[in-house]
Design a protein around this ligand. Structure first.
Ligand code: 13P
Length: 278
């Protein structure tokens, strides 16, 4: 019922030229040297899969989120393809004297998705759930589809407060929002981001199940069943299959591995094979 999604959060990486090179590689595939055996699958990645690129992978929403400055050029490259575009943040005001900020209206003509409430924004830029709430409302008002990130810090996890933290982030970020149409949630435990220490598939599945349960309480069962919930935090081609096999996990928000075309294609391919058919 929910289409799986693999989204790449490139964070503050790639110049415009590098972004274009990366998206070209992802789109049309990685072409092995003629002497390389195409059926060899190092680390589970088959060269024949990589050669086809993202374009050949069906039944999964493929989203890339490059830095703001590359959105327009990347948009041109992926025009007419099945790759979809997202931004990594935005301000909530429509326009005005907010030097350096990017508004929902500016993004609406450039991309379809916007990541909001990422823990790096909460940590380094003092974003609170109240700010995230304003941003979600502003995004939905112009037809942008938010990817709302929630997740607990290590100390919360160790103190057994994961559910409490995540439930509070959810209810405050979604306060006053009547419809969740277009919204995706990403569960990203802070301790798993960029650390190489992903949550176990069981942990991720349980917390995502809890997130859906919280949505059920905040809205209705039908609404909660319709919301796509991703896992994020050290997802790679090596652990993707295990995570994607979990019934509650609808896909992944990928950081570091989304900067490598072979990894991102492989993760997407695995999600499509495991989740895409049903
Ligand atoms: P990593 O995949 O690099 O751990 O980052 C996850 C993330 O923060 C995606 O938004």
């Amino acid at each position: 019922m929910r289409t799986p999604m693999i989204a790449g959060n490139w964070k503050m990486n790639t110049t415009v030229d590098e972004a274009l090179a990366l998206v070209r590689e992802m789109h049309s595939g990685i072409h092995a040297a003629p002497h390389v055996d195409k059926v060899v699958c190092p680390a589970g990645i088959c060269l024949s899969d990589l050669e086809a690129g993202l374009e050949a992978i069906a039944n999964v929403d493929k989203v890339i989120c490059p830095p703001f400055v590359s959105l327009a050029s990347v948009k041109e490259i992926i025009k007419g393809s099945s790759i979809r575009l997202g931004a990594q943040n935005m301000y909530y005001e429509e326009k005005g004297a907010y030097t350096g900020e990017i508004s929902p209206l500016m993004l609406a003509s450039l991309c379809e998705f916007v990541i909001l409430g990422h823990s790096e924004r909460r940590q380094y830029f003092n974003e609170t759930s109240e700010i995230v709430n304003k941003k979600i409302k502003a995004a939905l008002a112009v037809g942008l589809k938010p990817i709302l990130c929630v997740g607990e810090r290590l100390e919360d996890n160790e103190a057994g407060r994961t559910e409490e933290v995540v439930a509070e982030q959810l209810s405050r970020s979604l306060a006053g929002i009547g419809s969740l149409e277009g919204l995706t949630v990403a569960y990203e435990p802070v301790w798993a981001i960029g650390t190489g220490r992903a949550a176990t598939a069981k942990q991720a599945n349980e917390t995502i199940g809890f997130i859906r349960h919280s949505l059920r309480r905040l809205y209705t069962g039908v609404v909660a069943e319709g919301v796509r919930i991703l896992y994020g935090g050290s997802v790679t081609a090596d652990n993707a299959a295990e995570l994607m096999k979990q019934p509650e996990i609808d896909g992944a928000l990928v950081g570091g591995a989304s900067l490598k075309a072979d990894q991102f294609i492989s993760i997407t391919k695995q999600a499509s094979e495991i989740k895409g058919s049903g």
